[in-house]
Design a protein around this ligand. Structure first.
Ligand SMILES: Nc1nc2c(ncn2[C@@H]2O[C@H](COP(=O)(O)OP(=O)(O)O)[C@@H](O)[C@H]2O)c(=O)[nH]1
Ligand SMILES: [Mg+2]
Length: 258
């Protein structure tokens, strides 16, 4: 294959999460609310090439597997189903840490087409962390049955990321999904997620905080997103930074924030 592919994550961080990168294959994460069809999609793609275990150090189930698309092998990781990534539960923390630190080459957010609004909350959060996002509007057959018309093109324009309608149980739209994922991985398609704008008070503080955060996290993590978490008083992100980026850096950050 002539397409080039530059991995975004380092193999060492991926190893921490027990992710198979033995063939230097791209890593694709599946994120989504519970019951959106993530496992159905995962099983359809990875079939028997999958195994389950626990997330390192956690009692949360980890499923990963591989699939081949146009001659290229991909590792796919089914993240725990969550409504947010704010680290309120161990599942949310696992999903967040994986996206932040293992840096999947693409994250597919699987959403339920019959209740999109609720599902988009998670999509927007993923988009705050990473640009490499594809929105998979699943259960499109159910939506059709309920006479709900999903405007895929408009969603794509409003969110700034590729969007595809699918029915994971029948296979509808899956080949389009895989094509989009492959384009994101190779950089032939560059999503430009639209940033959520908060109220002026929040934006003011973020504008002051972000340059300091940026000095510490560099391009390792999205500094706007880290600033928002710090503003919220989320200390799990501090612990995660310590674990993955080292204590010294976090000390610099804490001194700057004091
Ligand atoms: N009609 C329809 N049912 C689906 C589709 N995708 C998944 N399902 C069903 O939705 C339920 C939840 O799916 P599952 O994959 O377990 O969701 P998860 O919790 O996100 O992993 C199961 O009964 C699936 O068979 C779809 O595209 N269309
Ligand atoms: Mg599942």
């Amino acid at each position: 294959m002539g397409l080039t592919y530059q991995s975004t994550g380092t193999s060492t961080t991926r190893e921490v999460f027990n992710v198979d990168t033995s063939d230097k294959q791209p890593v694709i994460a599946l994120a989504g609310n519970p019951n959106t069809g993530k496992s159905t999609l995962f099983n359809r793609l990875t079939g028997l090439r999958q195994h389950t275990g626990n997330w390192p150090g956690k009692t949360v189930l980890q499923s990963q597997g591989s699939y081949i698309h146009e001659g290229r092998k991909y590792t796919m990781v089914d993240l725990p189903g969550t409504y947010s990534l704010l680290a309120n539960s161990v599942e949310e923390q696992v999903a967040r840490d994986f996206i932040c630190f293992a840096k999947p080459d693409a994250t597919v957010v699987v959403a339920d087409a019959t209740c999109l609004e609720r599902n988009l909350n998670l999509a927007l959060q993923v988009m705050e962390i990473t640009k490499e996002v594809v929105l998979c509007v699943n259960l499109i057959d159910e939506a059709r049955r309920k006479k709900l018309n999903i405007d895929i093109k408009k969603l794509n324009q409003r969110l700034g990321i590729p969007v595809v309608g699918t029915a994971a149980s029948s296979g509808e739209g899956i080949s389009d999904l895989l094509k989009l994922v492959s384009k994101v991985v190779t950089g032939t398609l560059k999503p430009e997620p639209k940033a959520v704008q908060y109220n002026p008070q929040v934006e003011d503080v973020v504008a002051k905080l972000e340059p300091i955060v940026k000095r510490v996290v560099g391009n390792e993590l999205n500094s706007r997103w880290v600033s928002l978490r710090l503003l919220e008083g989320d200390d799990t992100i501090i612990h995660a930074l310590e674990k993955f980026n080292g204590k010294e850096q976090v000390q610099i950050l804490q001194e700057a924030l004091a």
